[in-house]
Design a protein around this ligand. Structure first.
Ligand SMILES: C[S@@+](CC[C@H](N)C(=O)[O-])C[C@H]1O[C@@H](n2cnc3c(N)ncnc32)[C@H](O)[C@@H]1O
Length: 209
């Protein structure tokens, strides 16, 4: 029986989980940049979508109201351990970013850090983020993208054969994904590795058009 892409993500990130922090810590500066742009305020309701081991927790205001989901149970276990160590209260559960189990307009901020290039259906992921955001709420995206209007080089496509099997796609462009929603990009800045990683904030309109 073939394994679908979502199940495969759970399997491969179970393998990554024990060493995930060692690798992802190299992106700390870029992550801080993304948090600076997102500017989460005390008391805001934040969803960490594809939350991993919870490296975002230490960068959020202490009294933010935090929910975290991830498709990989061992990531959620590690996130809970981190939350305990930090003394942070988090509602952490296993869940699929392509079909969130939350009501419309439940959050002020949705953080999509290092997941848009990983999740099998990034359009569904963005649409779901938009759905659960309150009007005027924002999505923080931090990931690696091909610049909008450019196509991935041959070398990059070749490297993608390996990276997409192991962990992540490196050939996605963010523009067409955001364009499939009504979100409006407010900030878009190079965040790490010479602009390979970008920090983007997109806002949900305050009123329905
Ligand atoms: C590269 S890690 C990023 C983790 C974390 N957001 C960070 O910034 O360190 C990608 C995470 O996405 C999760 N993931 C993959 N597919 C998912 C899905 N369909 N729904 C929710 N999480 C998913 C993986 O389990 C993994 O923890």
């Amino acid at each position: 029986m073939a394994i679908d892409a979502t199940r495969w993500n759970s399997i491969r990130y179970t393998i990554w989980a024990p060493i995930y922090d060692l690798v992802a810590r190299r992106l700390d500066r870029g992550r801080r940049h993304a948090h600076l742009l997102a500017g989460v305020k005390p008391g805001e309701r934040v969803l960490l979508d594809g939350a991993g081991t919870g490296l975002d927790l230490e960068l959020l205001p202490h009294d933010a109201i935090i929910t975290a989901i991830d498709i990989t149970p061992s990531m959620i276990e590690r996130l809970r351990d981190r939350a305990r160590r930090l003394g942070v209260d988090v509602d952490a559960r296993v869940g699929d970013g392509q079909a969130l189990s939350f009501a419309d307009e439940s959050f002020d901020v949705v953080m999509l850090h290092l997941i848009v290039a990983v999740i099998p259906d990034p359009v569904a992921c963005l649409r779901e983020a938009e759905r659960v955001l309150r009007p005027g709420g924002r999505v923080s995206i931090f990931d690696k993208f091909v610049a909008d209007g450019e196509t991935a080089s041959r070398l990059r496509r070749l490297a993608n054969v390996v990276t997409s099997a192991a962990a992540t796609d490196i050939t996605r462009s963010l523009g067409p994904i955001v364009a499939s929603t009504s979100l409006r990009v407010m900030r878009d800045e190079a965040a790490a590795f010479g602009g390979l990683f970008r920090a983007v904030v997109a806002e949900k309109a305050n009123q329905k058009p």
